[in-house]
Design a protein around this ligand. Structure first.
Ligand code: 2P0
Length: 335
């Protein structure tokens, strides 16, 4: 069966120019309505739509250039990586999608992440989005391919990368086509300057299980997963409406409920999968107690132990007092 992303690349590469160095940036993102479960593994096609907020200047800077010694090179944070390390191998496998049409193009891929290591946030979303932009720029395709088309292509690297092409709120429509032609993201195109995010780091080490494996294990073994895709689709629509109305009192509870429902599907998997640790739950309990005392902040959690809070600017002082370790992000600040 044909693949829409590969077809797009193939068509675009017929007008590729001689490779030249090109640097790109993409922000990381946090899903407010989660992507959890695939209908197609090879294409990272999701079972449900999702909606995220981008993390402004927390993301990935990637430069792709023609290599001057005939060999591929991959660096991360200024350090040259062996080409068989997972990061280098994944980046080159992705670059190969383009190079099947320009086979003799050895490349240098230099990536620097600006996400504080202490925040413990995975960067595959910003990494594959920045890599897609930089490869397209290197081959002179930035006029040929739209942002939406690049979002569709980045999906082949990592699902969450689909949402990392814009600042602010971004929705990834699941699409229904088998070739993935209608599964890409678009920005909601609205400003909400008071909107804030705080990261509460819990465990900044590598994940116990990759989200890719965790997702698949949940889909295959969790008896609670059956109810997830419809619920997630409904949550995504309701969360989009609440954002458009800038109705935080509706948005916050929906975001928290969506994250807890995703984690419930994992806990019901056989054997159970849990990314949340006792420290995560302690923080959630502290949040819930603070909410009873009037704090207007809500939590979301991904495939890791860290807690992320959403709130409005007026709650920032209280959030910092209750959670002094919070790392604050202003997603609509101008970079
Ligand atoms: C999300 N996560 O919507 C969800 C919530 C984790 C929990 O997208 O297999 O690394 O590369 O498509 O994008 C993490 O999954 O998975 C993720 P692949 P990805 O942000």
């Amino acid at each position: 069966m044909s693949d829409a992303a590969k077809q797009l690349i193939g068509t675009a590469m017929t007008s590729a120019s001689v490779p030249k160095p090109f640097a790109a940036y993409a922000p990381s993102n946090i899903a407010l309505s989660k992507y959890w479960g695939k209908r197609d593994h090879a294409r990272n096609l999701p079972l449900n739509s999702s909606l995220s907020i981008s993390l402004a200047d927390w993301g990935s800077h990637t430069q792709v250039s023609p290599s001057d010694d005939g060999q591929d090179h991959v660096t991360l944070g200024g350090k040259e990586l062996a080409l068989d390390t997972p990061f280098a191998a994944k980046a080159l496998r992705f670059a190969d999608l383009f190079r099947t049409h320009a086979a003799s193009a050895p490349l240098r891929i230099d990536t620097n992440n600006t996400i504080p290591t202490a925040a413990g946030l995975a960067s595959s979303a910003s990494g594959f989005a920045a890599l897609t932009r930089a490869i397209c720029g290197c081959f002179g395709l930035t006029e040929t391919l739209s942002e939406a088309q690049m979002s569709l292509i980045a999906r082949l690297g990592s699902g969450s990368a689909t949402r990392s092409f814009w600042h602010g709120f971004v929705r990834w429509d699941k699409g229904t086509r088998e070739d993935g032609a209608d599964s890409f993201a678009h920005p909601l195109d609205l400003n909400w300057p008071e909107f804030r995010i705080a990261i509460l780091p819990v465990d900044v080490g590598p994940k116990s299980q990759s989200s890719r494996d965790g997702m698949n294990h949940t889909v295959v073994t969790s008896p609670l997963f059956n109810s997830w895709p419809d619920q997630a689709e409904a949550d995504c629509a309701a969360i989009e409406s609440a954002i458009k109305e800038q109705d935080f009192e509706t948005l916050g509870p929906l975001v928290e409920a969506n994250a807890l429902a995703m984690h419930a599907t994992m806990q019901a998997a056989r054997p159970a999968l849990t990314y949340l640790t006792s420290e995560s739950w302690t923080l959630l309990e502290r949040l819930w107690r603070a909410r009873q005392d009037g704090l207007r902040a809500f939590a979301t959690m991904d495939a890791g132990a860290n807690i992320k809070l959403i709130f409005l600017k007026q709650a920032a002082t209280d959030v910092m007092e209750i959670f002094p370790q919070a790392q604050m992000i202003d997603p609509f600040s101008k970079p």
